[in-house]
Design a protein around this ligand. Structure first.
Ligand SMILES: Nc1nc2c(ncn2[C@@H]2O[C@H](COP(=O)(O)OP(=O)(O)OP(=O)(O)O)[C@@H](O)[C@H]2O)c(=O)[nH]1
Ligand SMILES: [Zn+2]
Length: 418
């Protein structure tokens, strides 16, 4: 790659200096972010736009501060983030695809890491046609959000996928079949705001239809009310039913542990051609540059959000740690708990407890109950960590205020009229 082609810093205008240093990116990401954007436009509907987004857009625009409206108002168009690197984004929209960075004003308003755009977000962009780039002026309020814990002790989360409508909880019908893991993923999906749907993979490995029915029934009782789709990406069995669920404009994500067949399923959903486009390098060395998008338009009109972050274990959701998703995923247990005659029951050893009785009667699986208690403890731990973080931030802010106040007092004393 020609060194002169690598802009180190972009300038929006004199005030809005954007610090995106392409040179510090890994080579593959550099090539990806600099790969020529698609010239053809995308209809907003094909990217998942609907009436609700249209309303959200109007509301968002009406609330713009006057100065921002004056500066960008007429040029603003919606676009959807297909790839993110640091603070540089590939955004798809009616005008095609463009590289975009947030304006200085927009960045000033992004106080938390989760305020920054991420893949799947709908953003308002002001195109800069002469540069072939665009300025991100704001992010539309999200319908759903998946985030991931950042390595180390920090409790901050990194946003990995926004605005998924459906979370496909993937597990295989082999020895890895684990209903307890489905419960965890379902709680996570409910917290994110997406609707969970269970996909049981490798149906070709299950010879006996009765066995297949058992897997399906177990999955259904792990997440009551959740739809279950047994499929085989190898034989195509069950795939058309799953594809019918993924209607045009619906955005889905894949959640599941390693080896259950997520990549194989993603490939089956995308077909091979739409995943990547290849171009031969100009210098004739014949190396391939891959344009990689993490928002993939599926042949049947649905969209797949496929980001590396989604593939990591330990995905968390933001703002959902109030246990809402947990209650949703364990509705049956919560209902039993509500009918328990002891108000402060721990449902662990009290004789006459409704939950323990349901276990004795064989109505509730003991391991499902254990899993519920374990997740409850995890949620409580997360909540405490977040509260602690908020407390520290509050203390820090107080310290700064006191410092500023003292400085002001000193200043006054110095300038006191004698
Ligand atoms: N028999 C059979 N094997 C499958 C099917 N789908 C996936 N596999 C196999 O299962 C293994 C794991 O599949 P992957 O798609 O790589 O699984 P993954 O969930 O993406 O795993 P990670 O990339 O580690 O997260 C591979 O050997 C696949 O060939 C299927 O429908 N039938
Ligand atoms: Zn009880």
């Amino acid at each position: 790659m020609n060194h002169n082609d690598q802009p180190q810093v972009y300038h929006l205008d004199k005030q809005d200096k954007v610090e995106v240093d392409i040179n510090v990116m890994p080579q593959a990401e550099q090539e990806n972010i600099l790969a020529p954007p698609a010239a053809q436009g995308f209809s907003l509907e094909s990217l998942g736009w609907d009436e609700r987004w249209s309303e959200a857009w109007t509301t968002w625009k009406d609330a713009l501060p006057e100065a921002v409206a004056r500066r960008f108002g007429n040029s603003l168009v919606p676009g959807r983030v297909a790839f993110a690197h640091k603070h540089l984004y590939r955004v798809m929209g009616e005008g095609g695809e463009s590289l975009a960075e947030p304006s200085g004003q927009a960045r000033a308003a992004m106080l938390e890491p989760s305020d920054w755009p991420c893949v799947g977000d709908w953003v308002a962009i002001a195109p800069r046609p002469d540069e072939g780039r665009a300025t991100i002026v704001g992010v539309l309020p999200r319908r759903s959000l998946f985030a991931r814990k950042v390595a180390g002790d920090r409790r901050d989360a990194q946003v990995v996928a926004a605005n998924a409508d459906v979370a496909l909880l993937v597990t295989s019908m082999t020895q890895d079949f684990e209903p307890r893991r489905l419960e965890r993923y379902a709680a996570l999906a409910y917290d994110s705001g997406a609707t969970p749907v269970i996909v049981l993979t490798k149906a070709d490995q299950v010879a006996d239809p009765a066995e297949l029915a058992t897997f399906t029934a177990e999955a259904m009782s792990a997440v009551p009310g959740c739809e279950v789709y047994p499929v085989s990406a190898h034989t195509g069995e069950g795939m058309s039913a799953l594809q019918a669920l993924l209607a045009p404009g619906i955005t889905c994500v894949l959640v599941g542990s390693s080896g259950v067949g997520k990549s194989t399923l993603a490939n089956a959903l995308t077909g091979t051609a739409s995943m990547e486009t290849q171009a031969t390098r100009e210098d004739g060395k014949g190396r391939h540059t891959t344009t990689h998008r993490e928002l993939i338009l599926l042949p049947n009109g649905a969209l797949l959000l496929d980001t590396p972050g989604m593939r990591e274990v330990g995905v968390v959701t933001l703002g959902g740690n109030d246990g809402h998703g947990l209650s949703h995923a364990f509705e049956d247990i919560e209902r039993l708990a509500a009918s328990c005659r002891f108000q402060d029951c721990t449902h662990q050893h009290e004789p006459g407890c409704a939950i323990l009785q349901a276990i004795i009667d064989g109505e509730l699986d003991a391991s499902r109950h254990r899993s519920y208690l374990k997740l409850q403890r995890e949620y409580a731990y997360m909540k405490r960590s977040e509260d602690e973080k908020a407390r520290q931030q509050h203390q820090q802010a107080n310290k700064q205020r006191t410092k500023a106040y003292n400085a002001m007092l000193r200043d006054r004393r110095r300038h006191k009229p004698k």
